[in-house]
Unconditional design. Structure first.
Length: 547
């Protein structure tokens, strides 16, 4: 085994051998490198990828471009098994570079455009990366400055490749030589995803060729993708959702067309949908809500859209129903995690079930259990923490034994921190996060619970409920609200009486209200409660009501 591959395998936690055997004998894995997904289509002249810059490639052109890029990477001295931090905006170049890396046996670390030096340096050092790939300058930020800082903080980064104007660095490589890809072990990591947690620095999630190909294939089957489908990658493409659920990889497997956009706002995205006759896309709930509202005033024809996948955070059931009303029965709820498990509502599920649940596990081999604080399974239908083990769920974060002791059970289940209950159909309903509770005067208050009720208020478009430290009560309940169009933010007394009228327990009524124009979001667009808590703790909320 070459030393670069040995280094890649160090700190990677494989499946337990009895389970690996079980998955293998069920033929879940096809034992081929992930790049074969694309290579299998290299003889096709069908449209494969297009972007906002007007670039567009057929499968034949795409596969050839990825080959040239692979040869270019290899010519720089990078070796099969080496890790490469990839940070590109949604574009054809992203897709070509991603497959170029895979084809060269290099292992991309899938960072998001919103990551900055603290995350990039942490992920580069943690993965032992030798190279960094970025765009030149985008949205007022110069990634070459980040690259310079990265090289000074992480000296193992020997190469920087820049898409666009390279400045002091190298351009994206390409070489016109016949290229024979190296042999790779399909049970070793093909790519590293980045954990989506909103606290602490992201962790590295090693996904193997076998497990990721299984993820893409099964997701594509559930979405019933065909070569006639057109997928819009509107979320950052390096995220598991648009990359593989079924996203880019599922679309390539189906032979369809993937369109990349960097602007997911409805005014821009609706035109792209009309132009390319987009049939499938994936959004986080906040964007889906925005799209739903925009159907009232955006003139573009989006009737080609047959499937709108919504996931990454909880979509409330009124919102799910409103989207179906505005756009036709298009919603598919997706509850997934970079660590593995993906749940989908199915295309033939009853619409009510699609609105109230976050889906059922993708594979019959997913072992899901719902447990109480002592790790005991709860009674059917009760709330508990979701733990999962299965063919495409990791057994440990990469090179992170101390996290693994906390996040994985002795029998190899991932303890997700998500609170769920199982519905009679077997679908899951996500009820909150273990840590997303506010402990006020000794009472546990689930933030989601209060949020659901607040969203029913006619003047509130978005909300996030967070706990603020308080000497007397331990924590106070602060409702951060974004008023709807043309509405004024409701006052604290108004909110309290509204919630009390809905039958909410008095200890759950907010102590503070804070109005904002929009909620802060994480790299992929989820509400960033950690940053809300920090900024609120520094500011003064509206005065508390008298108790
Ligand atoms: C997706 O992946 P990550 O890794 O960015 O975040 C995973 C976490 C989950 O553990 C859960 O806390 C939350 O995000 N989440 C949801 C959700 N989908 C994800 N919470 C409530 N309802 C949902 N539908 O976010 C992700 C990966 C693949 C597909 C879709 C989403």
């Amino acid at each position: 085994m070459p030393s670069s591959t040995r280094a890649l395998a160090t700190g990677f936690v494989p499946h337990r051998s009895d389970l690996a055997e079980q998955y293998r004998s069920a033929r879940l894995f096809d034992d081929r490198p992930l790049w074969t997904t694309l290579a299998d289509r290299a003889d096709s002249d069908a449209r494969a990828v297009s972007d906002d810059d007007g670039r567009s490639l057929t499968y034949r052109e795409f596969a050839a471009a990825a080959d040239r890029r692979a040869a270019g990477f290899a010519a720089t001295g990078l070796e099969s098994g080496d890790r490469v931090v990839l940070q590109l905006h949604n574009s054809v170049e992203f897709a070509v570079t991603f497959f170029g890396l895979l084809r060269a046996g290099l292992v991309p670390v899938m960072t998001l455009p919103a990551h900055r030096i603290s995350e990039i340096a942490h992920l580069a050092a943690g993965s032992g990366a030798r190279a960094y790939v970025c765009d030149d300058a985008r949205g007022g930020f110069d990634f070459r400055d980040l690259a310079a800082e990265l090289r000074s903080r992480v000296p193992d980064i020997e190469h920087v490749f820049v898409n666009g104007e390279p400045g002091a660095f190298a351009p994206l490589p390409a070489a016109d030589v016949a290229w024979t890809p190296p042999t790779v072990d399909p049970d070793l990591p093909a790519i590293f995803l980045v954990s989506g947690g909103t606290t602490g620095l992201p962790k590295l999630i090693a996904r193997t060729h076998n497990d990721y190909a299984f993820n893409a294939r099964t997701s594509a089957e559930i979405a019933r993708l065909t070569a006639d489908d057109v997928y819009l990658a509107a979320l950052p493409a390096a995220h598991n959702f648009p990359l593989c659920c079924p996203g880019l990889l599922g679309m390539i497997g189906a032979g369809g067309h993937t369109v990349f956009t960097r602007n997911p706002s409805p005014d821009a995205a609706f035109d792209v949908i009309e132009k390319h006759r987009v049939t499938v896309t994936a959004l986080v709930p906040a964007l889906a809500q925005l799209w739903c509202a925009a159907t009232e005033w955006e003139p573009a024809d989006i009737s080609s859209l047959r499937l709108l996948q919504v996931g990454g955070a909880k979509l409330s059931s009124p919102d799910a129903a409103a989207i179906d009303t505005a756009m036709g029965p298009v919603v598919q709820q997706v509850f997934g995690m970079a660590e593995g498990l993906i749940c989908y509502t199915r295309l033939d599920d009853d619409r009510d079930l699609v609105h109230v649940s976050q889906g059922a596990p993708m594979s019959g081999f997913d072992e899901v259990r719902i447990v109480d604080e002592d790790g005991r399974e709860v009674a059917d239908g009760d709330e508990g923490e979701l733990q999962v083990r299965g063919p495409y769920t990791i057994r440990g974060y990469y090179r992170a034994p101390e996290h693994n002791a906390r996040s994985f059970t002795a029998d190899g289940f991932y303890a997700s921190g998500d609170l769920v209950r199982r519905l009679p159909s077997g679908h899951l309903s996500v009820t909150g996060r273990i840590k997303d509770t506010i402990v006020r005067a000794g009472e546990n208050v689930a933030a989601d619970d209060v949020e659901e009720h607040l969203l029913a208020h006619p003047a509130i478009a978005h909300t996030a409920v967070v706990g603020l430290p308080d000497d007397a009560l331990g924590e106070l309940i602060c409702a951060v609200v974004v008023p709807g169009r043309d509405a004024d933010a409701p006052s604290l007394p108004d909110i309290r009486s509204f919630l009390a009228d809905r039958g909410l327990a008095s200890f759950k009524l907010p102590d503070r209200v804070h109005a904002l124009g929009s909620l802060p979001v994480t790299s992929v667009g989820k509400i960033d409660k950690a940053s809300l808590r920090t900024s609120l703790a520094q500011q003064k909320c509206a005065a508390p009501t008298r108790m």
